[in-house]
Design a binder for this molecule. Structure first.
Ligand code: MTE
Ligand code: MO
Length: 253
């Protein structure tokens, strides 16, 4: 309990409503286990900055535990064509008509960081790589899920092809909107992690991430970046759009 003294010493009681709100937020964001939450229910915590720091540290620790538990060979369930959700829901931090417009030409996927061959890739070159298809379930933290059919290049194939350092810790993504996210290398190399170029047999529609998105059926929806413009490999924690606002970074299913 010693570690908590710093927080308790300069804090005051909070109201039942505040406590409920905090507990809900923490559970929603998966930042805390129920056991750890118990430590907070006395709620001597209104020193926002130290609470924020403590939760951040715990969340990063939680990420490491989740990463250690991740089984690189366990496959997400797949479904028949008949199970596909139609129409497939759109989601972003803006309305559908505001989705970015990216032109197929002169699109070039940029590569940087711990990658041997960092030359940019055109859509035509990406389409020339071996393609795979998956019908899997997309799960959004906002409380919906849907089954979709995505085709593209197995991400591992691409990473090997460009000579990415497969021992590096993270792969980061920058999108055509202000979105960005990052994943652990084990997930990047998972056999179902896909650089997606097609949705349901069509060229990936604008709403669903044209010209290219990452489909990761082992992670929550917000870890599936759409409209990817740049990919980098790094050992420095890159964070993400929602992750930097407090969502759990690993966000595995
Ligand atoms: N570039 C970008 N990628 C994004 C998002 C976004 O706002 N911008 N939202 C994420 C979230 S929260 C979800 S649930 C899925 C939604 O993908 P969909 O529109 O194909 O259903 O995209 C993810 N990837
Ligand atoms: Mo989401």
């Amino acid at each position: 309990m010693k570690r908590w003294r710093g927080i308790e010493s300069d804090s005051v009681e909070c109201s039942k409503t505040e406590r409920r709100f905090l507990e809900r937020r923490l559970l929603l964001k998966g930042a805390l286990s129920v056991g750890a939450l118990g430590l907070l229910t006395g709620c001597n915590i209104t020193n926002q900055e130290s609470v924020r720091k403590t939760l951040w540290t715990m969340s990063r620790w939680n990420d490491r535990i989740q990463a250690a538990l991740f089984d690189p060979n366990r496959l997400a369930p797949t479904y028949p064509d008949s199970a596909i959700t139609r129409p497939f829901p759109f989601n972003a931090f803006y309305d559908e008509d505001e989705a970015p417009v990216v032109e197929a030409e002169p699109y070039r996927l940029e590569l940087s960081g711990l990658i041997r061959d960092r030359r940019p890739w055109s859509l035509r070159e990406l389409n020339a790589l071996p393609q795979t298809t998956q019908i899997t379930r997309h799960v959004c933290v906002e409380g919906w899920s849907a089954i979709g059919k995505w085709s593209g290049v197995t991400f591992r194939t691409f990473l090997e092809r460009v000579g990415a350092d497969l021992n590096a810790k993270y792969v980061g993504f920058k999108c055509a909107d202000d979105y960005y996210t990052s994943i652990d290398m084990a997930t990047a190399l998972h056999p179902q992690t896909q650089m997606t170029l097609r949705y349901d047999g069509q060229i990936l529609p604008r709403s669903y991430g044209f010209p290219m998105k990452l489909r990761i059926p082992t992670k929550l929806g917000f870890k599936n970046p759409k409209h990817i413009m740049a990919i980098y490999v790094t050992n420095m924690y890159p964070g993400g759009y929602w992750e930097d606002k407090g969502y759990n970074w690993f966000a595995g299913l």
